[in-house]
Write a protein that binds this ligand. Sequence first.
Ligand SMILES: Nc1ncnc2c1ncn2[C@@H]1O[C@H](COP(=O)(O)OP(=O)(O)OP(=O)(O)O)[C@@H](O)[C@H]1O
Ligand SMILES: [Mg+2]
Length: 342
Amino acid sequence: MSDTTTPLLALSDYAIRFSTPDGTVKAVNGLDLSVGRGETVAVVGESGSGKSQTFNGVFGLLAGNAETAGEARFEGRDLLKLSPRELDAVRGADMAMVFQDPMTALNPAMKIKHQLSETLKVHKGLKRREAEAQALAMLKKVGIPEAERRIEQYPHQLSGGMRQRVVIAMALLCRPKLIVADEPTTALDVTIQAQILDLFRDLTSDAGTALVLITHDLGVVAGVADKVVVMYAGRIVEEAPVEALFTRPAMPYTAALIRSIPRVDRDAEAVEPIGGRPPDLIHPPAGCPFHPRCRFAEDACRRERPPLAEIEPGRRAACWFPFVDATSATAHGTPSPEALDG
Ligand SMILES: Nc1ncnc2c1ncn2[C@@H]1O[C@H](COP(=O)(O)OP(=O)(O)OP(=O)(O)O)[C@@H](O)[C@H]1O
Ligand SMILES: [Mg+2]
């Protein structure tokens, strides 16, 4: 199916539960999310909000104690219903995942040349010589200097940043339609981080590849993403174009996340960590899952969970009082009395 109306990836009423001796962990809860062809979507949220498991489930990489529900359609086909072999075929050729630690994707005992060309031989049926030529070209594309020499080396002979470039090259080689990158730059130092994110942006936009960028660091998404999805307690609590999200966050949790970003143009004391503790996913709070930590919470928030609703064209939020915190998010400080009354 290659019509343009079907999103590339569409999760609907998608859920993941983990059985544990302490009870059932409700890690992902009724998610509705779509990724269009060529679109870059950032998925952000604190540790434990369900970012990784959401996409591990899409790739069939969940732990043995997991159970999924709902649908995860890739080009219309529900991935949750595919056999392991069918899923394997989709995974190799049409969608690829890049993880935080490049060594999880690299075989330490194999030269770069062989790791890269192997993928092409397996998934595209290329002969060795052609596969190696394409591998070398891709290494150059991802900005590896002296690629002819590097391709003959083993992973341990490369720096962390170089290794992540190799992994990105590997992900791009089969020209997938979707790349999911889970904290791809978290292990790298700040300057390398920026280079790798630029590389992702340039290469995916050149190739028309959709990119899901998972990060707990809202600070890195501004120059990269089209759309931002904010997760809390395994739910989407806000979704907006990147610019709108930063200038006018609708949900107090998003505003709190923005205030927690260290910024060069702001004093260190303007950075406010989010108060309170992340929710217990075995016994999630009633009502809005963020209400115990929200300074604007009212009775309605404690009683009933707000649905993820369209609040403006192209924007969704799960909040009974959207935009209440919008101004204080960027200006920093105590909210105005009008905002508190709202
Ligand atoms: N196998 C498992 N058994 C029980 N609970 C699990 C299992 N795997 C993950 N979880 C729980 O699922 C929840 C969501 O985890 P997830 O890895 O998606 O978080 P995340 O948003 O990616 O966080 P981080 O930013 O730390 O990577 C967490 O509370 C986690 O403890
Ligand atoms: Mg994670």
